[in-house]
Design a protein around this ligand. Sequence first.
Ligand code: NIG
Ligand code: FE
Length: 422
Amino acid sequence: MPSRIDLLIENAAELLTLRGGSLGPFVGRRMGELGVIHKGSLAIHEGRIVAIGTGRRLRKKFESERGIDATGKVVMPGFIDPHTHIVFAGYREEEFEMRIKGVPYMELLRRGGGILKTVKETRRATESHLLKNTMKTLDIMLKHGTTTAEAKSGYGLKIEDEIKCLRVLRKADDEHQVDVTPTFLGAHAVPREFEGCVGEYVDTVVEEMLPKVKELNLAKFCDVFCEKGVFNIDQSRRILLAGSEHGLTPKIHADEMTPLGGAELAAEVRAISADHLVFASEKGIKELAMASVCAVLLPCASFAQMLGKYADARGLIKRNVPVALGTDYNPSCQAVSQQLSIALACHEMRMTPSECVAASTINAAHAIGLGQEIGSLEIGKKADIAILGVPSHRFLGYRFGVNLVEKVVKNGKLVVDNSADS
Ligand code: NIG
Ligand code: FE
């Protein structure tokens, strides 16, 4: 007697399993090995993957409520975006024009614009306004195949406003199909009222904000913008270690615009990931490899900042650092789709489409501590799946500027059908 299941996805041109991914992130040459099954099929029940097979053979074993014919398509894990800043009020399109005309990103921040402009508007915004914006952003992400996103606070920079933003993230996680993993980024910039007294602001983050975030259990990670003119290495270390003491695993914006030693610090404090790394040193890269810290690369940020420089993905992969990709969605980098991260990673960092798939699924899952649950299509894992309307994953990065995602299955349910729109 065939057993009853909720959903059968059948006969994919390519089923990208990323098998073995629960054991750890893919590194080195392994990043290009996706465990592809041609004519692949998946059986799904109660939100989980229960069987994997080929052709229509699973039909003999299972009787399904619903079916998706994936003939000629790619079936892969939903994208995981391991680095976003989705809670904020107000956009910065006028600064975009200033950047085009040559004003550097960090100069805008020095003038009280950039992050500080968004802080002003976010502090004024209500929780429900912020939630509405965040939900809208998550809608677009989901349509582009993202089924889980990490998201940071960091535009409150005052205890009540940081808590407000983290609450929004918790609500968004509860109410939206996309799963949201929250990160506390109280050290995203030095707020106006602490100008010239960075040390005192660090005291506030460590002594007031972190204990409150912990008490309310509002974040899983603690991040810091470790950058020249923002938080230096010693201040960043203090914040990350204090975070660890409160049970928040460190993450770090490292060596984004200057070679400050953020990669080395990430290894020293055993961060789960070091993000950006555009200016990471050779020594820093070696130390990341030794400490098994994930490198979260954010090519959309380099692109949006018109930096003219991208992280050394090839060097990181050669040294066996697990490489993940994220969008860095924020008011200065309006990238919502992991497909854009992939296009830029291929063209500007010479990553192959296969490496990009591993980087935006299983390695991204490990970069946010969820590698056992999501990021690969294996029996027992969550059925979070993207179906691409193309016959090969090599179209990722190759065909860009359009959405290749045709359908999205989240927790075993069809939640997006872009083919129905056309
Ligand atoms: O990851 N670098 C710091 N934070 C963001 C930018 C945030 C903003 O410009 O609002 C980043 O690039
Ligand atoms: Fe960021």
